[in-house]
Design a protein around this ligand. Structure first.
Ligand code: SAH
Length: 202
């Protein structure tokens, strides 16, 4: 079986949301990684993307997309755009994605890869994602792909719409976990989930 079919079958076997599996099937991951690594495009593992950064394994990206409970009309913020792959998947599940990346070179490259993939509902912004994007807030969903120390930056949580969801890796006392946050009319509900490993939020 081809690696791509195998990956899709594994995601279905893990009971991933069919809309997320369809997004993984639709986005050519090879466009988001260096030519020398393209033969690993559909292997379920993280890959280097330059600048000492990595693109997460597809099963984890799919899991994070599913947790955001995206609706077709939603506007999402992606912090740490990296290669642009995660933003590409999110873009298949909502109306528009603003993707922020600190490294200018990665941001330029991500924008080019998204264009090559024929994706026109992602805006790549070069800058510090820890500050969010107040001019486009509030967001129904915020995805963070780099680990925050201690807690999710309050500025980011504050840019969630009421009912909005955020997923971020957070390091607490050396233990790194995905944290799910939901903004309610009264505040924030925070739920720690899977143990993970990401690069640090700078
Ligand atoms: N989601 C990416 C992988 C992200 S790796 C993908 O699909 O390829 C984490 C990224 O977060 C790196 O590219 C790193 O440069 C970026 N990053 C780290 N701190 C950041 C910050 N404060 N603002 C924006 N981007 C940041």
């Amino acid at each position: 079986m081809e690696a791509r079919d195998q990956l899709l079958e594994d995601l279905r076997a893990r009971d991933r949301d069919p809309r997320v599996v369809a997004a993984v099937a639709a986005v050519p991951r090879e466009l988001f990684i260096a030519p020398a690594l393209q033969r690993f495009a559909y292997t379920d593992r993280p890959l280097p993307i330059g600048g000492g950064q990595t693109i997460s394994q597809p099963s984890l990206v799919a899991r994070m997309c599913e947790l955001l409970e995206l609706c077709p009309g939603d506007i999402a913020l992606d912090v740490g755009a990296g290669s642009g792959y995660h933003a590409a998947l999110l873009s298949r599940l909502c109306r528009h994605v603003y993707a922020i990346e600190l490294d200018d070179e990665l941001a330029t490259h991500a924008a080019r890869s998204l264009e090559l993939a024929g994706i026109d509902n992602v805006t790549v912004v070069s800058g510090d994602g820890a500050a969010g994007l107040p001019e486009h807030a509030p967001f129904e969903a915020i995805n963070v792909a780099a680990t925050a120390s201690g807690a999710v930056p309050a500025t980011l949580e504050g840019q969630l719409a009421v009912g909005g969801r955020l997923i971020a890796p957070v390091d607490r006392d050396g233990h790194e976990r995905l944290l799910f946050v939901r903004r309610t009319p009264d505040g924030y509900e925070r739920t720690p989930l899977d143990a993970v490993r990401f690069v640090p939020l700078r």
